[in-house]
Design a protein around this ligand. Structure first.
Ligand code: FES
Length: 163
């Protein structure tokens, strides 16, 4: 549900652009929705589209192009492991499988306690540091051996979801 407060935040983003280019605020509006609701639903896309005088499909194309927008609810910690070819050649898939085993879930799933969501990611621009992963779209983790993956998961879990 998009609140009036969220729409006024949309308006503040729209005001940064010339009136005939308000569609330029689409990524900022999507970020606001995700920050407030945790994910961007089809209904939210429609509200943004209407607000920015865009076709809903044009908003959907942005949402689905970028990895950082969640299309459904995710856990407190979103773990995105790069499995593009250069990383495949340097243990990216192994890292993903190790996390699946450690967390007891498959790629794309969320743990029952709601703490972790495990996803594949496209190239993160750090191929030489493989295996690499992103935590919550911000924290880059490099050279993720099984030991380092275990340590990361244990630390995030010990934080009680506060990190
Ligand atoms: S392919 Fe994984 S970071 Fe580039």
């Amino acid at each position: 549900m998009i609140s009036a407060e969220m729409k006024s935040r949309f308006d503040r983003e729209v005001a940064k652009y010339p009136s005939e280019q308000k569609q330029s605020a689409v990524m900022a509006c999507l970020a606001i929705v995700q920050q407030e609701l945790g994910f961007v639903s089809t209904d939210s896309e429609k509200v943004i589209a209407e607000h920015l005088s865009m076709a809903p499909m044009a908003v959907h194309e942005v949402t689905t192009f970028y990895n950082m927008y969640n299309k459904r609810p995710v856990g407190k910690f979103k773990l995105n492991v790069c499995t593009n070819l250069p990383c495949q050649l340097r243990d990216g898939q192994r890292a993903l499988h190790h996390l699946e085993s450690k967390l007891g879930i498959h790629m794309g799933e969320t743990t029952a306690d709601g703490l972790f969501t495990l996803q594949q990611s496209e190239c993160l621009g750090a191929c030489a540091d493989s295996p690499v992963m992103l935590v919550n779209d911000r924290a880059m983790c490099s050279f993720m051996t099984n030991d380092r993956l275990d340590q990361l998961v244990d630390e995030l879990r010990a934080s009680g979801g506060q990190a």
